[in-house]
Design a protein around this ligand. Sequence first.
Ligand SMILES: [Zn+2]
Length: 207
Amino acid sequence: MNWKQIDRNKRVQNKGVYNQWKQQVSDDCGNRCVYCSIHEMPWGGIDHYHIDHFRPQSIFTDLVNTITNLYHACPVCNKFKSKDWKNEPDDLNSICYPDPSDHNFTDLFEIQSNFTLEGKYTASKYLINRLYLNRPQLVYERREDFLNRRYKILIQETEKLILECEDIGLKNETIKTIIRISIFMQTRSDVTPYKLEEIKKPKKYKS
Ligand SMILES: [Zn+2]
């Protein structure tokens, strides 16, 4: 997916309070949820996203307005993370939340052939479980991302082949196939939306 490591050194500490910095936090995080990597756009934009206090504000009261403690999060991840805090994120082999400024989350997961995530470490396993990173919406988004990437490659390769091909019949067949695939790509989004019970909080995490 589209995780990126947040550059802590580029973050600018402003005066005031955190809820005035929503745009800055969003931009710092590439306008994506740092946990599930979904862009804010399909969710109706920045207004529907939350400012996540990485170290929860109820425990770390001195970090409420510290820019490096703030990340952009989708409402679902933010809701599941809530006030949860187990340990400092010093060791990926302990139960903790990996800090998006310390890691590119791409390195913490393996995407399976069915587009679910598997954690490579105790911390990333915990993250998947606690934030329910295999919820149907995210599996769907990963599959979309994969298909779109493959589709672009297919179109580029086919364009080359059509230009080089001297067999008119084969050329026409190839063009027809591409048109069929294009139609499929446009209609595949006709998938049943997930239901509320599918995104309820996961059961207690067992390591
Ligand atoms: Zn999210």
